[in-house]
Design a protein around this ligand. Structure first.
Ligand code: FCB
Length: 461
C-alpha cells in the first residue's frame, strides 16, 4: 500500500528569498534516530538498551517520559516515508537500534530486527530517497553495559560484529554508512556527567569511553569495507569555542575545551593521535589502535547546533579545567541554545585550516532547533523561528563552501518532533509536529519552506 503524500495545511513563511545555488550533487536530507522515534521497544525480539533502563529510572528525564512509544515509527514508518517523499529530500539519515539486531549485543542476528530495516530501506528506495544508516546513536544493548559498556575494550569488537551483520543485510542498498553518532556527547553526558544513559559520573575518567568508541569505529570501518562497497563515515558534534575573559587561564580553558569537544574525536581519526587530555588513562591505547582508528573514511559527518562559551574555572577544585558560561547577545531556542549561523561557517573553515588535506568531504549530518511549536485552532503549526534558523544556517554553510570547504550535504534535525533524551517530549525539533497522544503528524511551516527550497535551489557547476 502506498501512503499518499502529506497535505500541507500550515501557512507558508512570510518571506522566502531563495537560497543561493549549492554544488551539483549536494545532498538535501533530514535525520532521526532509533530510540527517539521508533517505540515498540519490546517488540519482535528487541532487547533492552541503556536508554530503556535509564529513562525508566525516576528522576532522569524531565517529564518522566520514556521512548517506549515515542513517534511509534516502528509501526508508522510508511506514513513517515511519505512525509520524506513529500519533502523531496535526497536522503534520509536514520539509525539502526543495535538491540533490535542483537538483543544481548552479541551472537546471531534477530531476523525480525533486520527485517524492519529491510522494509524501511526498500520503502525509501521506492520513493527515491537514499537511505543513510547510522549504526550507533547511543542505544547500547543493556547486556553489554552490564559487562562494562564502552569502558570495556571488548565492546569495540562487538560493535564491529554488529556492523558486519547489518551491512551483510543492507549493504547492497544503503547509500552512506555512519558508524557512531556524536561519540563526544555520548562520552561526556553518558559517562562523564551522568545526564544521559548510562548515567555514570566519571568526568575525565571517562576517557576509555572515547578510545573504545573510536576503536569500535575503526574496526567497524574494516567490517563495512569487507561487506559493502558503499561509502563510510562517522558523525561528530562540533562547537566553536568562545572565550569570555582574556587572562592566560581563560585561554588555557579555551584550548582545553576545544581539545575535548572538537579535537579528541577528530585528531586520531585523521591520523594525528590524541590531543593532550588531562587525567586521560593512556594505558587503554594499545599498539596498533591508532592505525585502526585512522582507517580512511569517505565522509566526515558534522553536527552543529551552537557555539560554547568558556572561561577559567572559578573554583580551583573544579574537576574540569574550564567553566562553561552562557553566551550573551544571541537569540536562543527553547533549549536556551544560542542561535549563531556564523558559528557554522567558523567551524567549517576552522576544520579546513586545522586539518588541511587530511579532511575528508563533509556532510552536515544534523542541524536544527527546538521551539515551543503548537497547533492552532485551524489545525496548523506555524514555526517562523525554525524557518529563520534553517535559512540563516544554510546561507552560512554556503559561504563556507564559497570559502573552499568541501561540504556535500545538509540534514535537518529532525523530520519529526521526538523523544529528546533527558528533555523527554518537552523539546520539539521536527519539521513535522507530532501529537504524542494521538500520533497525528502535522507538517509545520518549516516543512513547506524546506520542500520549496530543495525544489528551487539550483546547482553550482
Ligand atoms: C544531537 C543528537 C540528536 C538530537 C539533537 C538535538 O546532539 O545527536 O539525537 O538529540 O542533538
Amino acid at each position: 500500500m502506498t501512503v499518499p503524500l502529506p497535505e500541507m495545511t500550515s501557512p507558508p513563511p512570510r518571506t522566502t528569498v531563495p537560497l543561493p545555488d549549492f554544488p551539483a550533487g549536494f545532498v538535501w536530507g533530514v535525520s532521526t534516530s532509533a530510540y527517539q522515534i521508533e517505540g515498540a521497544t519490546s517488540q519482535d525480539g528487541r532487547g533492552a538498551s541503556i536508554w530503556d533502563r535509564f529513562a525508566h529510572t525516576p528522576g532522569t528525564v524531565v517529564d518522566g517520559s520514556t521512548g517506549d512509544t515515542a513517534c511509534d515509527h516502528y509501526h508508522r514508518y510508511a506514513e513517515d516515508v511519505a512525509l520524506l517523499a513529500g519533502l523531496g529530500v535526497d536522503a534520509y539519515r536514520f539509525s539502526v537500534a543495535w538491540p533490535r539486531i542483537q538483543p544481548d549485543g552479541t551472537g546471531q542476528a534477530n531476523s525480525d530486527g533486520l527485517a524492519f530495516y529491510d522494509r524501511l530501506v526498500d520503502s525509501l528506495l521506492a520513493r527515491g530517497v537514499d537511505p543513510v544508516a547510522t549504526l550507533f546513536h547511543w542505544d547500547l544493548p543493556q547486556a553489554l553495559e552490564d559487562k562494562g559498556g564502552w569502558l570495556a575494550r571488548d565492546t569495540a569488537g562487538r560493535f564491529a560484529d554488529y556492523a558486519a551483520l547489518v551491512a551483510g543485510r543492507l549493504g547492497d542498498r544503503v547509500a552512506l554508512w555512519l558508524t557512531l553518532n556524536e561519540p563526544f556527547v555520548h562520552m561526556s553526558y553518558g559517562y562523564g556527567l551522568g545526564t544521559h544513559a548510562p548515567g555514570q559520573t566519571r568526568f575525565f575518567d571517562a576517557f576509555p569511553v572515547a578510545h573504545h568508541q573510536l576503536l569500535g569505529h575503526g574496526l567497524a570501518v574494516a567490517a563495512l569495507r569487507a561487506a559493502t562497497g558503499g561509502p563510510v563515515g562517522i558523525t561528530n558534534n562540533y562547537s566553536p569555542v568562545r572565550v569570555l575573559g582574556d587572562t592566560d587561564a581563560d585561554h588555557l580553558a579555551r584550548a582545553a575545551y576545544h581539545a575535548l569537544h572538537n579535537r579528541l574525536f577528530t585528531d586520531p581519526l585523521l591520523g594525528r593521535g590524541y590531543p593532550e587530555i588531562p587525567g586521560a588513562d593512556a594505558t587503554v591505547v594499545h599498539p596498533g589502535d591508532l592505525d585502526t582508528i585512522a582507517a580512511p573514511i569517505d565522509v566526515l559527518g558534522v553536527n552543529y547546533y551552537n557555539p560554547t562559551g568558556v572561561r577559567a574555572p572559578s573554583d580551583p577544585d573544579s574537576p574540569l579545567p574550564f567553566d562553561l558560561v552562557p553566551l550573551d547577545g544571541y537569540p536562543t531556542t527553547s533549549f536556551g541554545w544560542p542561535v549563531d549561523p556564523e558559528g557554522l561557517r567558523e567551524l567549517l573553515t576552522g576544520l579546513r585550516a586545522e586539518y588541511g588535506d587530511r579532511l575528508p568531504p563533509i556532510q552536515i549530518t544534523e542541524g536544527g532547533c527546538s521551539y515551543d511549536d503548537t497547533i492552532d485552532e485551524q489545525g496548523r503549526c506555524h514555526d517562523p523561528e525554525r524557518v529563520a534558523y534553517l535559512d540563516g544556517h544554510l546561507r552560512a554553510l554556503h559561504r563556507a563552501i564559497v570559502d573552499g570547504v568541501d561540504v556535500r550535504g545538509y540534514y535537518v534535525w529532525s523530520l519529526l518532533d521526538n523523544f529528546e533524551w533527558a528533555e523527554g517530549y518537552t523539546k520539539r525539533f521536527g519539521l513535522v509536529h507530532v501529537d504524542f497522544d494521538t500520533q497525528v503528524r502535522t507538517p509545520k511551516t518549516s516543512y513547506g519552506w524546506y520542500r520549496d527550497q530543495i525544489a528551487a535551489t539550483g546547482t553550482l557547476e
